[in-house]
Design a protein around this ligand. Structure first.
Ligand code: ADP
Length: 479
């Protein structure tokens, strides 16, 4: 049985800004239950983590960490939930703040976190065979694991959840934190800057990303955010493993956040629609097609396309609810659009899990026209709530949504290829046509009901990867 330590910056149900939290909050359970590996998770202890969780934590140990000119006290708290043990790294200076990201010193905060994780290995009664680090916030942990070798046999896996965010800072700033010999800097530097994501990619024994489609895309300059040469170099160690979702948690039959539970009944789903229309102040009409967008309001999510066509689309007899927070440009635009179309569009500028679940349950369609999408969980959650996804064919969206074909009756959603607003409008109009053709709509709904994206297969792929890495260790030890 391998011991695996996940290193990440967010995790449901403690703290979440996006899909990374969903993955860290569900993959360990799937690995532990199905694959019999011992997975533990180490996270920063943010102030943002609610009291209901902090009250359940127990103090584990404290130690001091040298970091630049400061000597920091770090405490570790633990909590066991659904048989997974979580370690929380507490440091008042870096993590006792409102929110979790968005500070001028985010780079420094997560370099510190990564450093503290490596130091913590000396204090835990758990010896990982594999350190599995996620995204740039944990990239330096992989580099330090290789450079400092805190546990001689420990191997590393680094997962890219989004290559756009790299954690970049001046080399001089980084040099203030550590006195690393020059020879180590080359593996951490990119374009004359310290790059946390690159550090992870360079040093990890294996690299994974969250869908096979994205694993291919990121080797091309259009998607690689400047890192294609490194990824091509490391191609033999790069694999795409499709994310799953926790289908016990995202389950419309039991979800406590939704008013009317259902398995696949369209009638019950429409009851959720009516209740939501009432709640948000839209005209109440169970027949009216309801579209939704639930997302971080950032360029990546294809919102410029939505901006271009929203007024044309709302000329149709439809309703649209947008839930999200993010760039002020989008927040202002969609709030203003809702004022222009009060009976058709509602914009809710908030991050609210329960509301998101009510929307997934109530809507007929889920719009996700991303510019790029490493995997995308929102479309999987939508399918789980029997809501038809409308996506752009990129990354994980392409791997999980198959366009409906009237002739063959195959497909679980709608899609378009080019990043073009009118292609989005055309596919939205087409979705409306299918919605109104009873026979096609029924067939599409049946296909949606059959879509399954649990963790089972992917957890097995990760477990196989861990085993191969651990075994490669044994073979080299015997040479
Ligand atoms: P990303 O990780 O790029 O944000 P994903 O589709 O992988 O995109 O995951 C997004 C997750 O965040 C989903 O669980 C989605 O429901 C959730 N989410 C996004 N915006 C909001 C919001 N405003 N309120 C509640 N949940 C949200």
């Amino acid at each position: 049985m391998e011991n695996i330590l996940f290193v990440a910056s967010e995790c449901t149900p403690f703290v979440k800004t996006g899909g990374l939290a969903d993955v860290i909050g569900s993959l360990p359970q799937a690995l532990q239950t199905n694959e019999k590996v011992d997975v533990r998770v180490i996270l920063p202890l943010y102030d943002e983590i609610g009291e209901e969780w902090q009250n359940q934590m127990t103090y584990y140990t404290s130690f001091n960490v040298e970091f630049g000119w400061r000597n920091h006290e770090v405490s570790i708290y633990t909590l066991t939930r659904q048989s997974i043990e979580y370690y929380f790294i507490s440091n008042e200076y870096y993590f006792t703040r409102k929110g979790i990201y968005g500070y001028y010193d985010d780079g420094e905060r997560f370099v510190f976190f990564s450093h503290a994780v490596i130091e913590a290995l000396q204090h835990l009664d758990f010896v990982p065979d594999i350190l599995h680090a996620h995204d740039w916030q944990a990239g330096i942990a992989v580099a330090l694991a290789k450079i400092k070798q805190p546990i001689a046999h420990m191997k590393t896996v680094f997962t890219i959840h989004n290559i756009r965010y790299q954690g970049v800072m001046p080399l001089d700033t980084f040099a203030n934190f550590f006195q690393l010999p020059d020879e180590h800097i080359a593996g951490m530097e990119w374009g004359g800057m310290l790059n946390c994501l690159k550090s992870g990619l360079f040093h990890a024994d294996k690299i994974t990303t969250v869908s096979p489609g994205y694993a291919e895309e990121i080797k091309h300059p259009h998607y690689s955010e400047g890192l294609e040469s490194l990824l091509i170099e490391r191609d033999d160690d790069l694999v795409g493993v499709l994310n799953g979702i926790d289908i016990r948690d995202y389950n419309p039959l039991t979800d406590p956040a939704i008013p009317v539970h259902y398995r696949s009944s369209r009638v019950k789903k429409r009851e959720n629609k009516v209740l939501l229309q009432e709640k948000v102040g839209l005209p109440i009409d169970a027949d009216k097609p309801l579209y939704t967008i639930i997302t971080r309001l950032v360029e990546q999510k294809g919102l410029h396309l939505v901006q271009h066509i929203i007024h044309s689309f709302l000329e149709e007899d439809v309703q649209l609810i947008i839930l999200g927070t993010g760039d002020p440009e989008f927040e202002h635009f969609f709030a203003e659009a809702a004022r222009i179309h009060p009976n058709k569009l509602v914009t809710m500028l908030t991050f609210d899990e329960d509301l998101a679940r009510q929307l997934y349950a109530a809507a007929d369609f889920f719009i996700m026209p991303s510019q790029f999408e490493p995997c995308g969980l929102a479309q999987l959650i939508a399918l789980q709530y029997k809501t038809v996804p409308i996506v752009r064919e990129t990354g994980g969206l392409k791997d999980t949504v198959q366009a409906f074909n009237e002739v063959t009756g195959e497909g679980n959603g709608f899609s378009f290829t080019n990043y073009n607003a009118h292609d989005l409008l055309t596919v939205l109009d087409y979705s409306l046509t299918i919605y109104r053709q009873r026979e096609h709509w029924l067939k599409l709904s049946q296909n949606v009901n059959k879509s399954r994206f649990s963790w089972d297969d992917s957890a097995h792929e990760y477990a196989t990867l861990y085993r191969e890495l651990a075994e490669s260790n044994l073979t080299t030890e015997h040479v």
